[in-house]
Design a protein around this ligand. Sequence first.
Ligand SMILES: O=C[C@H](O)COP(=O)(O)O
Length: 334
Amino acid sequence: MTVDERTAAALPATLAKGDPGRNPGMPLDLSMFDGHAVNRQATERRASTLGGRRSVKKAHQAAWLVNAIRLVDLTTLSGDDTAGKVRRLCAKARRPLAAHIVEGLGIADLGLTVGAVCVYPTMVPHAVEALDGSGIPVASVATGFPAGLMPLDLRLREIEWAVARGAHEIDIVITREHVLRQDWRALHDEVRQMREACGEAHMKAILATGDLQTLRNVYSASMVAMQAGADFIKTSTGKEGVNATLPVSLVMIRALRDYGLVTGHRIGFKPAGGMKQAKEALAWQVMMREELGRPWLEPDLFRFGASSMLGDIERQLEHHVTGRYAASHRHAAS
Ligand SMILES: O=C[C@H](O)COP(=O)(O)O
């Protein structure tokens, strides 16, 4: 039995087959996570088997890295972001690889772009303009990113502001205190209202797992965010002390699989923060394929949130094509 067959056998028919449409959410249901124990040792053991490069045969590595580019939310979330910086990022999003690498790989017909460009709200108009006609969605962080410590009505207004200026996707942050106090009702209520404020824009719920103290909290918060209508669950803002890790990601994708088993809805997953190397792109893709199957290697169900990982992917692909590494300063920084 191949990995894909094993995965497909583990998935409910509704998840393995067609697309049942956008997750509408559901009322808070504690029974879907209350008492759910997460074995940290077993989780870490499983995560350590997802070794990246070694799990992907050499000849296929280039194909996996090209696929990773399709999944990148190319991100800039810095205090010194400007219209010019965002325009340069968008140009990179449209043409993520240098022409000689595209030619060397023989993928000119692919029309390769990144999955989305992710920016602060005030940068949305610049990104929308720069990406016009490209089909690349603009994602905006909102709701008082990164800490979320603003009155809820202002956080909701921020979502509406970004959507009104053309954001196709909104990356919200949850109130960590609701999780730390196990106030699942409050968490469900706030995320539900955020989902309503998003309207047609897809909502990624950032859990900030580095702040949540236990894997059990990560599982519960994942489940509540999905019950409140999240289209994606996302690990981190990139600003916590610990950002995306494989064990935390494993807990989240087991939660989204369990949610799918009950509801039939496919939820997307976005690890984010601190991912800089091509080998990480391989490890996470292996995990997604083994745990959930090929649909979770497509941009509608999986994204990498990263500001600098694309640079290393390009470097590795250049090596694949030319047999040597170009100096880092020859590649774009993001
Ligand atoms: O959502 C994306 C993250 O903020 C990017 O974090 P990074 O700059 O560590 O790659």
